[in-house]
Design a binder for this molecule. Sequence first.
Ligand code: NAP
Length: 333
Amino acid sequence: MLAYEIRNHNQTSALALVERDNPRLGPGQVAIEVKAVSLNYRDLMVLDGLYPDMPSPIIPLSDGVGVVTAVGDGVTRVKPGDRVAGLFDQNWLSGIPPAQTRSLGGESDGVLAQQILLHQDGVVQVPRHLTDEEAATLPCAAVTAWNALMAQGELRPGETVLIQGTGGVSLFALQFSQLAGAQAIVISGSDEKLELARRLGANQVLNYKQTPNWDEAILTLTENKGVDHVIEIGGPATLPRSVNAIRKGGQINLIGLATGMTATLGIPPILVKQIRMQGIYVGSRLVFEQMNSAIELHKLRPVVDRVFSFDDAIESYEYMRKGDHSGKICISL
Ligand SMILES: NC(=O)c1ccc[n+]([C@@H]2O[C@H](COP(=O)([O-])OP(=O)(O)OC[C@H]3O[C@@H](n4cnc5c(N)ncnc54)[C@H](OP(=O)(O)O)[C@@H]3O)[C@@H](O)[C@H]2O)c1
């Protein structure tokens, strides 16, 4: 079967199409014919060698959906013909993250292949109304947004969410805010992307390039109260402004590293405002399944920016690196 491999972690050109032996089915395992996969910002970090504890070579990408073709002894959770997605972290079923994480396309082989084998515990059924490409967007970006707002944040109707950016995580956060009856303020560096955010239901939008003091603008918009939740995507360049824009007792969900890995931050406002700084690392299988129930009930459809063919996988990485997309980038097999 055909698969892509990353062999050298230091160069973007190191992604190559290779012939691999078909994986052999063992007890408790599920064979899956992959139908569609999606990219996350993290996959660029993996390609660039910035992801910790990566074996080499490795099949990249965490997010994919496919059809079960065979099951090993003792498999009860799924059957041939079921449409499933893999968990981002194959070891995390519920509760807090496990001591040993095993992420697809990170610590273990991922999904950019015609066939994959996963343990039955590491898969979930996907919402029936979604196309394969739409369903392939869920395991990382959607679960991260759901975990932040719903599982950790307990978002309530009428609350206000500040969402940074219009990429994969951000547009799911916008859609989930709407589902919860909350208001969304979206910031982006592009007016065109903000127009899309408006069409998707954002209540207020701000261009962070044209309004660099967007935290002050948000305080004005919220009559100096501040927002209840922040989807923190930028990292070092945005975190101090998020601290300014959040209300007392609000929750900042630390998710993204889009502007770097190390932040310098004044501590006093965090104490005085009793801000909850919540680190988010995707989410468990339980969170994934709860989210899928809501997506199916509300017939929510993920925003797919562009679909590439399997042959054009390398081009899809280049497209992601340019950063012109909104929502998700997919590859169809
Ligand atoms: N902690 C976790 O579990 C987890 C899970 C998934 C993703 N992430 C992280 O979350 C981030 C987004 O991931 P993704 O897959 O959604 O990426 P993506 O689709 O490539 O989107 C990247 C986003 O970053 C935004 N951005 C860049 N600089 C910004 C700034 N200065 N202020 C505000 N927004 C800024 C961009 O906004 P515009 O283009 O609209 O300007 C864009 O929407 C990445 O850093 C990724 O590593 C973390």
